[in-house]
Design a protein. Sequence first.
Length: 339
Amino acid sequence: MNVSNDFNNTIDYKAITSYVYAAAVPFTFIGIFTNIFFLYILIKHEIFAKTTYYLLRISVMSDIICNLVAAVAYLLIATTYVSYSEDLVVSRTLSFMLVISYGVSILTLCIIAIDRYFAIVRPLSSFYRRHKRQFLGGLLALCAIVTIGAAVPVLFLVVVYPDDTKFFDFINVRTGLSYYLILYTIALYIIPVLIITISYGRIIIYMKNYVRPGASVANGDKENDKKKKFIRTLIFIASAHLLLSWPFFATCLGLAITRRSLRQVRQLGLVYYLLAILSFATTGIMNIINPLLYLKFDSSVRLKAKIHLSAIYNTIKCRILTNDTRIISISSSRKSDIA
């Protein structure tokens, strides 16, 4: 036990923390550019003038803001010295934005799942057809309340230590904080899991057995291929969110049950500390990989992205060739003048 403690005391955790923040900086800039590019595609093309993509725009704008805040925060922490009070403000602001961004993303996916359920399983629902906008608006308002309600306590619960101002933590994990972490997990993980699983489960069962009246089985399958592919894309993306964020919520539950802070976990050993940090990192990068998931799984987004990237590449190539031609012509004219 003493050997383990001696080894743990020799580890420079401050340096590890600084390296983590420094490594996160380029990823936040990647997140900014990819999210802006994704938002541009959604706005530019009429093919994305659908309820699902309108909802996604909200999530993308939230991710852009969060990445901007994170980039500034990580740069400040990694490259400059800030006082205890300044770092406390930075830590709480960044934590608040990360919770907001994740909440907007996962709850938007829940609303999309509910919308797809009504559009596919219950397309003749008079309530949904008459009150669709009000219904979705109400869900968005509810999601905003839940997200803000989950994020505001972070402004008071997250702390840094006077002797380690770069280390964000929950201090004094007592009954109140334990209840918060449990309710936070229920609101932003367990309930979304149930909504997404039930909605897409019923959609899959319905589409598996459905054939449009008046159409043959073969024609019905052909006509439903696009819908099935789109639903499959949404399921993959939602599943990726839930799988990547599970370690973070498992860590939150672990802190709530054991009533240990991250610093106390760190004292148990390097492995426990790295696992805890990794669980927070996998959720923190969701606002970076969101557009990459859509580029990977959504064929429509991927096609439009290829068109724009090809246009950008060709433009750059033409400019380079034009500049090279000018340089060659200037060089040739100078040689002819000398001759």
